[in-house]
Write a protein that binds this ligand. Structure first.
Ligand code: URA
Length: 444
């Protein structure tokens, strides 16, 4: 086999075999296939795409390029959850303890934030002492003992994706459905879970800006998961405005804890309950949605979910007293109020702009090498549908640098659009995609 022939075959719209795909991916990981050849291959995939079978071969080959996590020593059906990334998306901090409290073993590997989107690990590290690096033995012991552990990627997980993603980033080949789907799902397969619930975001703050794009990505990922014999379902959820009100690491932890206490923002609670209910069903804890929802609400009411969050913090070296005393979390020096310059209903909040403003304050990273400030961020005081008068506070900035707060102020103001009529409020979950097809989401 020669890389040249495989590139040409894909460039001409041909269908590649498992062997051809393996040859390209493993050759690239070992260095026998050069960057310029892989770049041409990726561009050919970008233009000619891949069918479901090719995408599954690509994903499985990438997953096997490094360590495959073995979770077989954890009892029960391990259910993973993945979000395609959004602004203010702290659902894992709520979903993981909720599901653990209901008996689903949650052995989760999470990532860091980049650009306008945040990352679960950065949020957890806002808690003093919290360790995201555990040995595999510790990871497995914690899940067996408490049903919950959230860590960074351990070992040499999917080196093919690391190398290919960096190349895609610099060759204009990121936004290709088979390449995104294989990149995400190879990490999920290597992560070792038995079942996967995907939260694919759509809207102004999402990677996939339209529902059609989000559905195409979700279908591809569900096909991969099903082909790899992992029960996989995807929810297509709204990211046309940030989730909840807090965007920033420490303040998002506070919002997640409030939600675990049953007094968080309604959209975050709703999404966490919906995702968790599918996790309970995939994990064979409940046979139907109604039972799952009742069980989850009781885990919130009884404080069991909050206790699981404390268990996890303690088991990972963190100061769990922060759960009851928010003063123990990092706090910004300054609070600046952003005031509306118009009167009317909030019609739109550009989620990407809000994410960028939080990044400017230091809550996120422009490049992977940047360090973040856990204390800073923004609280959205008004969301879509709220009525404001001119001069009303719409956002509170938490800043450690007044110069940066000034820059963020203008971005935040311009992220809001107002209208004289009450706008239509979108439902939070648009579709569900499973191995049977795509369905409009019905709240039960
Ligand atoms: N996230 C990933 O992990 N991979 C992609 O290709 C895009 C988003």
């Amino acid at each position: 086999m020669r890389p040249y022939d495989i590139i040409l075959k894909k460039r001409n719209g041909g269908t590649l075999s498992r062997e051809e795909i393996e040859f390209m991916v493993s050759g690239y990981v070992t260095g026998e296939i050069k960057d310029y050849q892989m770049a041409a291959f990726l561009m050919a995939v970008y233009f000619k795409s891949m069918n479901a079978q090719e995408t599954l071969y690509l994903t499985e080959t990438m997953a096997k390029s490094g360590d495959m996590v073995d979770l077989s020593k954890i009892e029960g059906i391990k259910v993973d959850k993945h979000s395609s990334g959004g602004v203010g998306d702290k659902t894992t901090l709520v979903v993981a303890p909720l599901c653990a409290a209901c008996g689903v073993p949650v052995a989760k590997m999470s990532g860091r934030g980049l650009g306008h989107t945040g990352g679960t690990l950065d949020k957890l590290e806002a808690i003093s002492g919290f360790q995201i690096n555990l040995s595999s033995e510790q990871f497995i012991n914690n899940v067996n003992k408490y049903k919950i552990a959230v860590v960074g990627q351990t070992g040499n997980l999917v080196p093919a994706d690391k190398k290919m993603y960096a190349l895609r980033d610099s060759t204009g080949t990121v936004d290709s459905i088979p390449l995104i789907a294989s990149s995400i799902m190879s990490k999920k397969l290597a992560g070792g879970a038995d079942a996967i619930v995907l939260d694919v975001k759509t809207g102004s703050g999402a990677f996939m800006q339209t529902p059609q794009e989000a559905i195409a990505l979700a279908r591809s990922m569900v096909e991969i998961g099903t082909g790899a014999k992992r029960q996989t379902i995807a929810l297509i959820t709204d990211m046309d405005q940030p989730l909840g009100r807090a965007i920033g690491n420490s303040i998002e932890v506070i919002e997640a804890i409030d939600t675990l206490r049953g007094r968080g923002p309604s959209d975050l609670e709703e999404l966490a309950i919906e995702i968790s209910s599918h996790m309970l069903i995939c994990g064979n804890i409940c046979g139907n949605y109604k039972d799952a929802k009742a069980m989850l609400l009781s885990a919130l009411d009884s404080g069991m979910a909050l206790n699981k969050f404390k268990n996890m913090i303690e088991a990972q070296g963190g100061d769990s007293s922060a759960v009851d005393d928010y003063d123990k979390l990092p706090k910004a020096k300054f609070k600046v109020e952003v005031l509306a310059t118009h009167e009317g209903y909030v019609e739109k909040i550009n989620a990407m702009e809000i994410g960028n403003a939080a990044m400017i304050l230091g809550a996120g990273r422009a490049t992977k090498e940047d360090t973040i400030d856990p204390a800073v961020g923004v609280i959205l005081e008004k969301k879509i549908g709220d009525y404001v008068e001119s001069g009303t506070k719409i956002v509170t900035i938490h800043a450690n640098d007044m110069g940066l707060a000034k820059i963020a102020y203008d971005r935040l103001l311009s992220a809001y659009a107002f209208t004289s009529r009450m706008p239509k409020i979108q439902s939070l979950i648009h579709y569900i995609v499973n191995s049977q097809g795509v369905f409009t989401y019905e709240y039960k």
